[in-house]
Design a protein around this ligand. Structure first.
Ligand code: DQA
Length: 142
């Protein structure tokens, strides 16, 4: 009953990075929130972050190999650029839920297109750190 939570580039700086857009919570704060909610839902969280696209591809493969229940993926800027991540999501049967703190559709035009969204089972965005919690609750309903 493990849910992989994969976080892409610059999300290691959450809390100090453009807090007016992304909020004051750090990735550790979000991990703690997710752990608490997961316990209530009978799930377990495997939290990862990388600034390297290929690591995210490897972890999507790993999620399937390990029989994860689902993946929450905040691919950050790779959302808007990465055909490799799109292909990896398509290559696995594990459901992937796209997550964003901000709402990219109301920001710069280059954030309006999401490769991840073309293959994700669902997208949760624009709720700040709560986007992760709502996505986790959606996993419990899968
Ligand atoms: C983000 C939105 C992306 O456009 C941006 O590149 C990020 C964070 C978010 O969570 O709001 O790094 O994925």
């Amino acid at each position: 009953n493990t849910v992989y939570v994969l976080n892409g580039p610059n999300l290691n700086l959450l809390g100090m990075r453009e807090p007016e857009i992304y909020g004051a919570d750090t990735l550790d704060d979000i991990a703690a929130m997710l752990d608490d909610r997961a316990r209530e839902l009978g799930l377990e969280i495997e939290m990862r972050q990388s600034n390297h696209e290929g690591h995210l591809v490897d972890w999507l493969h790993e999620a399937q190999a390990e029989g994860a229940k689902a993946v929450l993926l905040n691919a950050a800027a790779y959302t808007h650029t990465s055909i490799a991540l799109l292909d990896a999501i398509k290559a696995i049967r594990t459901p992937v839920i796209e997550v964003h703190l901000s709402d990219p559709s109301t920001r710069e035009p280059f954030r309006h297109h999401s490769y991840v969204g073309l293959a994700a089972a669902k997208t949760v965005q624009g709720l700040g750190a709560r986007s992760y919690l709502v996505a986790l609750e959606a996993v419990a309903e899968l």
